[in-house]
Each structure stands twice: as C-alpha cells, then as structure tokens.
Design a protein around this ligand. Structure first.
Ligand SMILES: NC(=O)c1ccc[n+]([C@@H]2O[C@H](COP(=O)([O-])OP(=O)(O)OC[C@H]3O[C@@H](n4cnc5c(N)ncnc54)[C@H](OP(=O)(O)O)[C@@H]3O)[C@@H](O)[C@H]2O)c1
Length: 477
C-alpha cells in the first residue's frame, strides 16, 4: 500500500541540518526527496553523502534555485517543502534564495506545508538585537511576510541554539571543542540561561510538525526543559564528566562587544547574535510562551530528546582501550575523502589508529562530527607527528600533471634520503571519480544523454604496471 504520509522535499539536503532532516523524514515514514543541484555533481563528498541518503531510501529530484521552472517542477512532486539552506549568511544571498523558493511554491500551488530556513532563535522576538544580527532577523521576518502574503501554509521552527556550536566548547569562541588548558571565559556572571538542542532532535521535531494541524501557520519553539542551562551549569556538567576543574575568568559585556572591532563580518554576526544570550537577562523572558505558541516537548512528549549530559559524553576522551600489538598508525588528512577510509580500514584491521588533529578542524562543525564518528569506532587524536612507516604514492604524466608527479617524486626522494621506511601506494583511478560518470569530464554522476569516448575507448591504463620496478600487486599479496 502506498504511504499516506506527506511527500517531503528537502532543499539543502546535504547540509549540516539538511541531511538530518532527510534521515528524520525517512525514519518517520515519509517518502523523502532531496533537491539535487547541478553543483552537487562535481563534489565527491556530496555525491557520497547523496548515495548514503539513497541507501536510507531518499530519492532525488534534479533542479536549481537559479532555474524557476525546475524548482516549480520539483515542488509539484511533493506535499511538503523544507528549506535547510544556510540562513546565517549575512549577505542578501540567503534571503534572495529563500524568496525564490517562496515564489516557486506559490506558482506550484500544491504545497500543504512549508518549513522555511530559520531553525534559530525566533526572529519575531529578536528584531531588536544589535547589528549586524538584527539585519538577519529582519530579513528572516521579510521572508515570513512573503510566505504569509503568498498564502502558503507554513511552520517556523525556533530551534534556539544548535548544541554542536555551543555545548562542547562550553560557549567559548574560536573553537567547537572543549577548551584544553583548563581555563574558560565566563560571559557576564555566567548565569544567563539559554536553550541548547541536539541537531538530530531538531530534525525529529521538525518532521513531527509537517502533518500536524496544530502547528499550521505557527512557530514551534524547541525548549527541552533539561537543556535550558547557564554557561556555569554547562561547565559544571563537563567538569563532572571529565573530573577536570576549570579556572573561570569573567569577560564583561563591553570587552565581549569589543571583540568585534576589526573582526570579520561573520564574527561580528556571531558576537551580536550571542550577546543577548549571554548578557541580557531578557533573553529567556522573550521565550515565555504566549497564548497559541507551541512548544515541541509538550506537543510531542513521545520524543526522547538528548540531554546536555548525553550530548557532552560524546566529546569526553575515551580512555585508551587499545591492547593490540599491531603497529600504531597515524593518518594525516584523516578527515579527507580517502583519509577517513584509511582510518576505518586501519581500525578494522585492529591497528591502534590516530588521526592528526589540526587546529583548523576545531572550527568546522562537519569535521568535528566526522572526528566524533571516527572516535566512536576507536580512533584517537593527536597533535604531534610520530613518523613510523610512511605510505606514499607517485605517478608520471604529461604537463601540468607531470609537475605534480615530479613534486611527489621530490617528496619520495626526501623520504629515501631521510632513511624513512616507506610504502608507496599506486591506487590508480579512484572509482568514485571515474566509474559512475563513465569517465566523462566535469561530472561525477552517470551522464544523462550523450557520452564522449576517449580515442577508441579500449585503453585499459596498464602502461605503468609494466615498467615499475619492485612493484607489488595488492590482490596477489
Ligand atoms: N540555531 C543555531 O544555532 C543554528 C546554527 C547553524 C545553522 N542554523 C540554521 O540551520 C539552517 C541550516 O543551516 P546549516 O548550517 O545546516 O547549513 P549548511 O550546512 O551550510 O548547508 C546549507 C545547504 O544549502 C545548500 N546550498 C548552499 N549554497 C547554496 C546555493 N547557493 N544555492 C542553493 N543551495 C545552496 C547546500 O545543500 P545542497 O548542496 O544539498 O543543495 C548546503 O549544504 C539554517 O536555517 C541556519 O540558520 C542554526
């Protein structure tokens, strides 16, 4: 029997929240579609993610936000549209994209529910924030106004603070991981309470609303009671979990705002967005529910939400369980396309496996989540490099590829000169880059209509195999 649940289209389905919305929609039994933009066809990580979502049951609809007709066509195939596009872009681009979606839904005329890309502190209650955060709230309200004027049934999700951005770093700036040196900055007296929500729970609650008449043309407020915490409370929970004690120093409101001087626009946005959360006692007051307001945990008591304690546990260091006598392996670039596969393969073969953890990773939410997944499988993270055996690869080609090969050979020479035992891995063609596209250029997915054949199409790229000395064939080993 065909599913009677609404068909859902997620725009931005490969984003940080978007992929969670796709999975939650599938878990709740909705036929679920992801907009597949032409730009995605060139990104190997997005393609791999789309394949994983497909495995979960997602289907794809081709379309582009810059092609109105394609968007209308996509929207017409579903009942519910969820926009998970980034809306914290402080340029006007994000707003323009949202308005394009509104226009397409209006023209399609069939959508029963639209969830706009908000998923933050309710902009209706925060239009008086400081600039530049204020502008963003005002723009979100403009999108809401356009939705209302187009008579599109909608639900706004006031998700409050994504836990991943605020909780593990104990609200510190410049990192998404727990502070290492046992020192934390306290904003004001550290007692202002904010609302922190697990991103998977945000997706679960969002999908719950789409067929629920109680949430039509309303804002759903996500306020898990256990997760309404002050910064001091967050720190105490982490201290209890880790047995550490943090030295707390206070940052006054004036010093906090001074961080904006000369800072990037995105930092300025972050500072002014967070200022009312940490410094203005009125923040929580603005969340007092008024008549007609809907709160997620009350509306859906069946959802077991993730508490702050549970969220933080993922970040606590695992005590070394490594007993294997096998070589310890350090993977540099362990969050890359190949790197994460090397980490997993090494763990599968019971090697104590380490990933070099660069400071740059600390500010990338997707890398942090990937590191957490690798940690769950047993990987450990280190900052220092211990060189044991180095795995290295090399190849020969025409210019300009040849220059790259020569540089790789320079590295190889340096390894040999330094008397470092090494193995070069001639992996040949990564299937993901050559096989699904049938070797076509500028696309990573199967070609839709015509196909280019290179020469007679019978070459098998066996040249080098005949010439390399000392080579070892993996399949024979
Ligand atoms: N409350 C909080 O603390 C908090 C924190 C972060 C985010 N948010 C909110 O959560 C929502 C989603 O944010 P996110 O961080 O998940 O976003 P994200 O990871 O940046 O993903 C946005 C997705 O939008 C699509 N996209 C990007 N540029 C596009 C373009 N030019 N045209 C069309 N599509 C484009 C891409 O997906 P495809 O390639 O699949 O199309 C991209 O993966 C936003 O509303 C944001 O404000 C809230």
């Amino acid at each position: 029997m065909a599913s009677e649940k609404s068909r859902v289209l997620v725009l931005g389905g490969t984003g940080y929240l978007g992929k969670r919305l796709v999975k939650a929609s599938l878990r709740q039994g909705h036929p679920t579609y992801v907009l597949q933009r032409p730009e995605n066809c060139m990104d190997i990580n997005k393609i791999q993610l789309l394949l994983r979502l497909k495995k979960h049951g997602a289907k794809f609809i081709e379309g582009s936000l810059s092609d109105h007709e394609s968007l209308v066509h996509a929207v017409k195939q579903v009942d519910v549209v969820i926009s998970a596009l980034s809306s914290s872009d402080i340029s006007t681009t994000a707003t323009k994209l949202q308005l394009k979606i509104v226009a397409a839904i209006k023209d399609a005329g069939n959508v029963k529910r639209f969830i706009p890309a908000e998923f933050c502190i309710d902009p209706a209650r925060h239009v008086h924030d400081l600039e530049p955060a204020k502008t963003l709230n005002v723009r979100m309200m403009d999108v809401r106004q356009a939705i209302v004027e187009a008579n599109i049934p909608y639900t706004s999700i006031a998700a409050n603070c994504f836990a991943g951005y605020f909780v593990p770093n104990l609200c510190q700036l410049g990192s998404l991981l727990p502070p290492k040196d046992n020192k934390v900055s306290i904003f004001g007296d550290g007692n202002a309470k904010a609302i922190y929500v697990d991103e998977n729970d945000i997706a679960t609650y969002t999908i719950k609303t789409i067929d629920d008449p109680r949430t039509i043309n309303k804002t759903l407020h996500l306020m898990p009671p256990e997760n309404i915490r002050s910064q001091n409370e967050l720190i105490s929970i982490w201290e209890k979990l880790t047995g550490k004690k943090y030295e707390r120093s206070t940052i006054s409101g004036i010093d906090y705002l001074a961080i904006m001087n000369g800072a990037d626009a995105i930092i300025q946005f972050g500072i002014t967005h967070n200022y009312p959360i940490f410094y203005e006692g009125g923040y929580l007051k603005s969340f007092e529910l008024k008549e007609g307001d809907k709160e997620a945990t009350k509306l859906y008591p069946d959802v077991k939400y993730t508490t702050i304690e549970e969220y933080l546990k993922r970040y606590a260091q695992v005590t070394s369980r490594i007993t294997s006598e096998k070589s310890r392996v350090l993977v540099l670039g362990g969050t890359g396309y190949l790197g994460k596969r090397l980490v997993k393969a090494s763990l599968r073969k019971d090697h104590p496996t380490y990933v070099l953890h660069r400071p740059e990773n600390c500010i990338d939410i997707n890398k942090i989540q990937l590191l957490l997944r690798l940690k769950k499988r047993g990987a450990q993270f280190i900052k220092a490099i211990h060189t044991g055996r180095v795995l290295h690869r090399a190849s020969k080609d025409l210019e300009p590829a040849r220059s790259l090969d020569l540089r790789m050979m320079d590295v190889k020479k340096a390894i040999v000169n330094a008397k470092i035992p090494y193995t070069s891995v001639a992996a040949n063609c990564f299937a993901g880059y050559f096989v699904p596209n049938l070797c076509q250029l500028a696309i990573l997915l199967p070609p839709k209509d015509k196909i280019n054949i290179f020469a007679n199409g019978n070459a098998k790229d066996m040249r080098r195999r005949e010439t390399w000395e000392g080579r070892r064939e993996v399949s024979k080993l």
